[in-house]
Design a binder for this molecule. Structure first.
Ligand code: PLP
Length: 391
């Protein structure tokens, strides 16, 4: 059956295929350690779970406003003010079913044949997939190991043309764990003044998962681009809520009503009990978040030290999120065959770097959202494998 051409170009997120394959192998009796999928391995904090259960018991089972419960939009605005001192009106916040929906909406709004959209490479694979779906031209912005996987303002600006409609930024970043420093973001924003036709979507979903005293620099803090800035954020990573499908975005005046109408057409509203849980997440105690980040930090050290001790592997210390992106160039393996062999032969699920973009060749991604025991065991298996396995 003939469908629109976009469906022949739409891509995927290979992490889900690896998750499925790891599940099959485990079901067949293999002992598999999953460092593939990017989700916290902690349970959602109890107070958040309770808030959802209470909401259902209190009869909150119906539609909510398409943009989200007013109390939740106020809680989001309050949280952004508390953490960053930025003034965001709750009327510019929309609650959406997961972080991905914001990139879906933003890319649909600006993508069309002839338009160019800049996105990070290596980067979250759905950016490129959605750009291709719309028929726009994907323009990769290289994310380089030599810069600690931070965005280069100069290189980004050099790729802007009169056809550029949208620039996608992501810090802290998946898959490399890079954090773009304030000075680089300052330079980027200054340069964007020469390109008023370029909207910016800043994916800040890992904004609370930072190490070594790194501060998060939100693009909301730059008034000069607020009229063309879309902020993507959500509860999935910070509060261990990936399966709840809770995200939010902040949109400028001229775009907010368009995304509101898309919500009315596509998903009506996000499920009500999850919205009550999300209010509790933002307004209740935050100690579970701090404890999770502390634990990620301890694992980060374990995984980076372990990777750097493997033959042919070197690993930059990530500053945020919960991923490492080790360089495997000196192992003699290409990245995807290595990831596949590690899963099939050593029982360790990772993702090949090319699943995150052309510049991902020579790297694999490991998520350290797994227990310390599992990480230690996975490193041990990788060490054995790299010493004996042949490409
Ligand atoms: N943005 C980035 C950079 C991500 O890594 C992810 C998930 O892995 C998302 C957005 C999507 O988050 P969600 O699961 O809430 O849709």
């Amino acid at each position: 059956m003939q469908t629109i051409a976009g469906f022949d170009r739409i891509g995927e997120e290979n992490a889900f295929a690896v998750l499925a394959r790891a599940g099959e192998l485990a079901a067949a009796g293999r002992d598999i350690i999953n460092l593939g999928i990017g989700q916290p391995d902690f349970p959602t904090p109890e107070n958040i779970v309770e808030a959802a259960v209470r909401a259902l018991r209190d009869g909150h089972h119906g539609y909510t406003p398409a943009t989200g419960l007013p109390a939740l939009r106020e809680a989001v605005a309050g949280d952004l003010d508390r953490r960053f001192g930025v003034d965001v009106s709750p009327d510019r916040v929309i609650v959406v079913p997961g972080g991905k929906i914001t990139m879906f909406a933003a890319i649909l709004m600006f993508g069309e044949p002839g338009a160019e959209i800049l996105y990070p490479d290596p980067g979250f694979p759905i950016y490129r997939s959605m750009i291709e779906f719309t028929g726009a031209t994907p323009v990769p912005v290289p994310i380089r190991e030599g810069m600690g996987f931070a965005v280069s303002a100069e290189e980004t600006l050099s790729l802007v043309t009169p056809r550029t409609r949208l620039l996608i930024l992501n810090s802290p970043a998946n898959p490399c764990g890079g954090v773009t420093p304030r000075a680089e973001i300052d330079r980027l924003v200054v340069g964007l003044a020469d390109h008023p036709q370029v909207a910016v979507m800043s994916d800040e979903i890992y904004d609370q998962i930072l190490y070594d005293g790194e501060e998060h620099v939100t693009l909301l803090g730059y008034p000069q681009i607020r009229d063309r800035l879309i902020l993507l954020n959500g509860w999935s990573k910070t509060y261990a809520m990936t399966g709840w499908r809770m995200g939010y975005s902040v949109w400028p005046d001229g775009l907010y009503d368009k995304v509101r109408k898309l919500a009315v057409n596509a998903w009506s509203c996000v499920n009500a009990p999850s919205q009550y849980a999300a209010i509790e997440a933002l307004t209740g105690p935050q100690d579970a978040v701090l404890a999770m980040v502390d634990e990620f930090d301890a694992r980060r050290k374990l995984v980076v030290d372990g990777l750097n001790a493997l033959p042919g592997v070197s690993c930059v210390v990530p500053k945020g999120a919960f991923y490492t992106f080790p360089n495997i160039g000196a192992t003699g393996w290409k990245a995807k065959p290595l990831a596949s062999a590690l899963l099939e032969r050593a029982g360790v699920a990772t993702i090949g770097g090319p699943d995150f973009g052309i510049l991902g060749e020579g790297y694999i991604r490991l998520s350290y959202a797994a227990s310390r025991d599992d990480i230690a065991q996975a490193l041990h298996r990788m060490d054995d494998f790299l010493r004996t396995g042949q490409p």
